[in-house]
Design a protein around this ligand. Structure first.
Ligand code: SAM
Ligand code: SF4
Length: 329
């Protein structure tokens, strides 16, 4: 194998998240910027014939896992073609989606052999789904989760937990794991540009575990290397739960992730201020690899060098970042 992608702290970067678009068929208030937002025009997005070679370059330099994300990756008309192109690479392929268009693309999704698919669903109540997402797609998402399970695609649910919004549903989500072989991943609410984050809305890892532990017998499962989630088994349940504790117990020490935004900028951390324009370099016929190596070498030790260790001290006004929908979660 050729030279791997390693940062100045010795962390080997072998996991690439590719955002396909900053467009979306939902309007989740915690993800979109507050102000009216103009989606990036198609020509400024990475095209299929650019995503393929860029992804291959990363794979040639040690990447073993690629996650498609967005925006909503499946709103792109050419998503099936992109998925087919990436499924030919020798990598574990995964995707994070809001699940709305799974039914439209089910054969292509099944054929691509995704190792797992994460569906984001923050509530099990249709009216609350509408309040969070400003769109009426609850039933379709719910049906599409069943479709994936029928096709035996390993399915995970992403639940962003926010105090006073959906923390009263934590046990309802845990109950889903009794009969379904799914992993429910509770995510601590994170601050991004324009998402009106406040520390008061964060339900912490410990608080989440306390609530679940009061009703269920939970047992930690040893995490896999580079796992960002803390997984737990529940006695008698087919599925499991996990908590992604970026705010109170981050996992930067073993970080192996890089993010390519839909407009082809490399971000070395979800919270990094800087980004490196790989797409323009590729379009100008320049050598992209040195740019990738340089970007990863300049990665901060933790949390993009921006967030404070105690999340209650974070000053959102001083954070320099994109909104989540334009980074690719
Ligand atoms: N549209 C797809 C979806 O919703 O799954 C993929 C993109 S979305 C940005 C990726 C993940 O980021 C989703 O699970 C979403 O809930 C999560 N997310 C968005 N904003 C977040 C925030 N402020 N804090 C924590 N998670 C967030
Ligand atoms: Fe769209 Fe996903 Fe953001 Fe919701 S979380 S607005 S579905 S990109």
């Amino acid at each position: 194998m050729r030279e791997r992608i390693i940062d100045n702290f010795g962390r080997v970067h072998n996991y690439l998240r590719i955002s396909l678009t900053d467009n979306c068929n939902l309007r989740c208030f915690y993800c979109m910027p507050e102000e009216e937002y103009a989606f990036t025009p198609h020509t400024k997005l990475m095209q299929v014939e650019e995503i393929g070679p860029l992804a291959k370059l990363f794979v040639d330099h040690g990447v073993t896992k690629i996650r498609l994300t967005g925006g909503e990756p499946l709103v792109r008309k050419d998503a099936p073609e992109i998925i087919r192109t990436l499924s030919r690479l020798p990598v574990e392929l995964t995707m994070t989606t809001n699940g709305i268009r799974i039914d439209d693309m089910l054969p292509q999704i099944v054929d691509a052999g995704f190792s797992s698919i994460n569906i984001s669903l923050d509530t099990l109540q249709p009216d609350k789904f509408f309040r969070i997402t400003r769109r009426d797609y609850f039933d379709r998402v719910r049906r599409n989760i069943d479709l994936l399970l029928e096709k035996q695609v390993q399915t995970k649910l992403n639940v962003v937990v926010m105090k006073g919004l959906n923390d009263d549903e934590i046990l309802d989500f845990v109950e889903l794991t009794r009969l379904y072989p799914i992993e429910v991943r509770f995510i601590e609410f994170m601050p991004f540009s324009g998402n009106r984050w406040s520390s008061n809305q964060v339900l912490t890892l410990n608080e989440i575990l306390e609530r679940i532990g009061s009703a269920y017998d939970i047992e930690p499962i040893p995490p896999k290397p580079n796992d960002t989630s803390k997984p737990f088994a529940i006695a008698g349940h087919m599925g499991k739960i996990a908590v992604i504790s970026t705010m109170t117990a981050p996992f930067c020490e073993s970080c192996n992730r890089m993010r390519l935004t839909a407009d082809g900028k490399l971000k070395n951390c979800l919270f990094s201020k800087e980004e490196t324009d790989l797409l323009s370099a590729l379009r100008n016929g320049e050598d992209v690899l040195p740019l990738i190596q340089q970007s990863i070498r300049s990665k901060a030790e933790s949390l993009g060098g921006q967030l404070t260790k105690d999340f209650k001290d974070i000053e959102t006004d001083s954070l320099k970042n994109r909104s989540m929908i334009t980074i690719g979660g």
